[in-house]
Design a protein around this ligand. Structure first.
Ligand code: PEP
Length: 256
């Protein structure tokens, strides 16, 4: 399986800044066959960047998309409009779950809409600090995982990438803490167990599981060697070119 390094730019960079960053990133990285580099710029930058990107070197992801293909949904952009522009889409990021109130039902429809439009969803799941403290991590992970996959057929599950992002470890959190490799390993094992029990071993083995939460050049190597982790979803550090390229090179080295 490939290693995925996905940069989530969130609400940062103007279109011009995004284009300059992409230009520098394309110059800085060679064509890594086994490492899939993906960046998720703001929606407004996706179309121009899709004309600029070298898809042999890296791919684009949307940070969101709407679950209906067209209609009276003011302000939304559908996955059918994103089709051909992006290869991936982040779905169910905790900032959308908790700030924009997206629930598992809506997230499931978005996962299905992305797949229907030939876009690979990166389904984000993860517990809050309070849920972990109350011993609810397993239930939350199970509910968000099966809830997010509930609108697609069993034969489509291996078209999804899962990103485990404990909310307490994401740098947008008030006091982000670093997740320990053991904590990640435990949850990644649980994700694969739930996938195996529900969809069978073959499907579970083919679903990439990424980790995200304050990843930076000094911890990327340790996170990438957690058993069962197939890549990283990087927020803050993906905005700094030298840090992001460092993480990509670490992935190449660790996985070689
Ligand atoms: C994210 O936004 O998905 C993320 C993991 O952010 P950060 O790396 O900044 O914690």
């Amino acid at each position: 399986m490939k290693t995925y390094i996905v940069g989530n730019w969130k609400l940062n960079f103007t279109v011009g800044e995004a284009s300059i960053y992409l230009h520098k990133l394309l110059k800085a990285i060679p064509n890594y066959r086994d490492t899939e580099v993906v960046v998720a710029p703001s929606l407004i930058a996706l179309q121009p960047l899709s004309l600029q990107v070298d898809r042999h070197k890296m791919k684009l992801a949307a940070q969101n998309g709407f679950y209906r293909d067209y209609g009276a949904f003011t302000g939304e952009v559908s996955f059918s409009q994103l089709r051909g522009i992006v290869d991936y889409a982040i779905v169910g990021h905790s900032e959308r779950r908790y700030i924009l109130r997206e629930d598992d039902k809506m997230i499931a429809k978005k996962v299905a809409a992305a797949i229907r439009n030939k876009i690979k969803p990166i389904l984000c799941i993860g517990e809050t600090e309070g849920e972990r403290a109350f011993g609810e991590t397993k239930d939350v992970i199970r509910d968000q995982l099966l809830g997010g996959l509930s609108e697609i057929g069993d034969d489509m599950v291996d078209k999804v990438i899962i990103a485990y992002e404990p909310v307490w470890a994401i740098s947008s959190g008030k006091e982000a803490k670093l997740a320990a490799p053991d904590e990640i390993s435990e949850v990644v094992k649980l994700i694969r167990k739930v996938l195996t029990d529900t969809y069978g071993k073959k499907v579970a083995e083919n679903v990439p599981v990424l980790f995200g939460g304050s990843v930076n050049p000094s911890n990327a190597g340790a996170y990438l060697t957690v058993p069962g982790v197939n890549g990283l979803l990087v927020g803050g550090a993906s905005l700094i070119l030298s840090e992001f390229t460092d993480i990509i090179e670490t992935a190449k080295r660790v996985r070689a």
